[in-house]
Design a binder for this molecule. Structure first.
Ligand SMILES: C[S@@+](CC[C@H](N)C(=O)[O-])C[C@H]1O[C@@H](n2cnc3c(N)ncnc32)[C@H](O)[C@@H]1O
Length: 245
């Protein structure tokens, strides 16, 4: 049985693909990729390789996930060199851990190739540092969708300096309201960065209160950042003092 490679594709820009990921892709025989893998990255898949789009669509996530597991197993059992190409880092959301343990339980060897996660790269590319001396000494990366009420979850993160919320566009107003209820200030700065690292990158800056009021228009995929570091956006020349002001 062949090894399956769980490979991080980075946030979209092919220049942010690791050298190891590019090397593994070059020799792939079967590539199963997500919707968020950039076109420039997909262009590196050799033409002889079988390319399967396993991007998930609303309402069909469970069925697609089952299909992904079965396809990986099927091609590994045929002895093919399988690459499971996942946006960002393969173990940051996106059920990479489940895919890894499923394959191991079925006796398939797995090699993980870490990728550049959108959680850190996308804010950085928009000029937002997740930590800044004197402003923010830590950050948390949180999933913005949760089944059956999110208030308890958001209370846990109310005290974290910088919150990086992935998959948070759809429920942004409820998330912002829950964070304010948990004690964060309504005038706290926030940013959404859509399509980070691609030519379609767009940055929307606002406040928690405006997001809670439904006044901020954003399209997925976007990274939602909450915290004073958003003020550091003019970063290059900002000092900790001007950033904190
Ligand atoms: C299922 S999570 C996968 C995260 C991925 N494993 C990573 O490390 O970046 C998908 C979410 O990541 C964020 N995301 C991924 N790529 C992005 C990009 N290029 N621009 C903005 N957000 C992105 C969005 O919040 C999106 O809803």
């Amino acid at each position: 049985m062949a090894t399956v490679y769980l490979v991080g594709a980075g946030p979209g820009d092919p220049d942010l693909l690791t050298r190891k990921a590019a090397r593994v892709l070059e020799t792939a025989e079967v590539v199963l990729h997500d919707r968020l893998c950039g076109e420039g990255v997909l262009a590196l898949i050799p033409p002889r390789a079988k390319r399967i789009d396993v991007g998930k669509h609303e309402g069909a996530q469970e069925a697609t996930q089952k299909r992904i597991l079965q396809l990986m197993l099927h091609y590994a059992r045929l002895g093919r060199r399988v690459v499971r190409l996942k946006g960002g880092d393969p173990m940051v959301f996106g059920r990479g851990g489940e895919e890894w343990s499923f394959l191991q339980e079925h006796g398939v060897e797995v090699e993980v190739v870490p990728g550049v996660s959108s959680a850190v790269a996308v804010p950085e590319l928009a000029g937002i540092p997740l930590t800044f001396r004197g402003v923010a000494s830590g950050f948390a990366v949180v999933a913005g969708h949760c089944r059956g009420g999110c208030n308890a979850q958001w209370r846990q993160y109310a005290g974290v300096d910088t919150l990086v919320i992935l998959m948070g566009v759809k429920h942004r107003a409820a998330i912002a309201a829950a964070l304010m209820e948990a004690g964060r200030r309504g005038d706290e700065p926030v940013a959404f960065i859509e399509n980070g690292s691609t030519p379609r990158q767009r940055v929307v800056r606002s406040t928690l209160a405006a997001v809670a009021a439904g006044a901020v228009q954003v399209e997925a995929p976007a990274v939602f950042v909450v915290g004073e570091v958003v003020r550091c956006c003019a970063l290059a020349r900002a000092s900790a003092e001007s950033c904190a002001a």
